[in-house]
Design a protein around this ligand. Sequence first.
Ligand code: PLP
Length: 428
Amino acid sequence: MSTYADLSAAELDTLRAQLEEEYAGYKAKGLKLNMARGKPAAAQLDLSMPMLDILSSDADYKSADGTDCRNYGVVDGLPEAKEFMASMLDDEAENVIVFGNASLNIMYDAVARCWMFGTLGSTPWGRLDTVKWICPVPGYDRHFGVTEAFGIEMITVPMLADGPDMDEVERLVAEDESVKGIWCVPKYSNPGGVTYSDEVVERLANMECAADDFRIFWDNAYCVHHLYDDVADQDHLMDIGDACIEAGNPDRYFKFASTSKVTFPGAGIAAMAASPENVADIKKRMGVQTIGHDKLNQLRHVRFLRDAEGLARHMAKHAAIVRPKFELVCEKLEAGLAETGCGSWSNPRGGYFVSFDAPAGTAKRIVGLAKEAGVVMTGAGATYPYKNDPADSNIRIAPTLPPLEELEAAMDVFVCCVKLAAVEDLLE
Ligand code: PLP
C-alpha cells in the first residue's frame, strides 16, 4: 500500500469520507476513556494493599536502630529506609536523604534551595539576572512547570535514541555560565522511553561547564519499572554519581527517585542522593524546614518491600499487569498506522509512556478530535517547555490506567483520529 503522502487528492477525498464515517461511529458510542496521565491502574495499587496492614496497633514501631517511629525526629530518614532507597538510587545509604511522599516535591525544593541560598556557597540563583536550564525534549511536563515557576529560561535540546543531544548540551554549558541545570529522566524516559547510553552519562559527567554550580537533576523515576523480567530484555543505566566522581566533578549531580509507582502515588516514599558535601548542605537547610518526615510510612515500605530483590519481585507483578497494555498500544499503532506513514512511535522496554510523533502540524488536531470522541489524551505540546511544541507533533500516550478493553477502544479512536487529521492536513 502507498503511504497517505503518495495518494492523489481524489483518493484522499474518498479516504476522508470513510474516516469521517468511522469517526462519527466512535462519537456516537459516547465513550469516556482516558489515556492522559501516567497513573497506575487499580489492579497495580491492589498489589500494595498488604503494606497497609503491616503496622497494626500491636506492631513493633521501632526501626532497626531503636527509634520509635511514631515520634518526632530523624530528619534524613530511617537507616533501613536510606538503605532501601540507596538500592533504587544506585548509591550508598550515607549519601541518601529520605523525604516525604513525592520526588517532584524534592526537585522543586532543590531548585528553591539553590534559588534562595545557592549551592555549596555559590551565589543564590535568584540574585542572578538570568538563569537558564537545559530541557531535553520531549520531556516531563511537571519538570518544565518547576523551572517555569522560578522564571528560569528553558532551552530545549532534542532527545536522541541514546539520551539528549550531547553536542548541543556541551556547547550550551560551556559557553554560558547562566546555564545552571538540566532535567534528566535517564531511564525509560518520560515520554520517549529512552535510556541514556554510557557515553551520554560519561559526557554529562565530564563536560566543561562555565557555571561551577551547574547541577544535573537526575530523576530516575522509572529505575525499576521494567516491562520484561529477563535481565537481557531490560535497559541498564550507568550511575551518574560514579561517573561524576571519576570525572572529578563529584558535586555535579542530584539524584531522585520514589516509590510512587511501586506502592502508592501520593503515599509512597521519595529520596535523593548526592555527594557528601551536597548532602551536608541540604541537611543544614532541611533541618529548619522539618523535624522529620513520615517514618511510619518509611517503616511500612521497608517491611513490605524489604530490599532490592523484594522490590524486583514486586515490580515483576506490576510488569505482568502493565506489559500487555504497552504491547497492545504498539500493536494497534503498527496495525493501524505503519503502512500509512502517519507518524512514528517509541517501543519502550519500561517506564510509563509511549511517545507518538504525528505528522508535523497535526498533534493538536488529533488530541482535539480524540477528546470530542470521548478519549482524553495528554494535551498536545505538554511535553515541551511552555507547552510549545514548535512542530505540533508529539503526543504522549499513557497506557497504564485504563483496563485492557478500554485501552483497546481508546486506541482504535486514536488511530482513526491520527489518520483523519493526516488526511485533512494533506488536503489543505
Ligand atoms: N518524575 C517523572 C519523570 C515522572 O514521570 C513522574 C510522574 O509521572 C514523577 C517524577 C512524579 O514522581 P513523584 O510521585 O515521586 O513526585
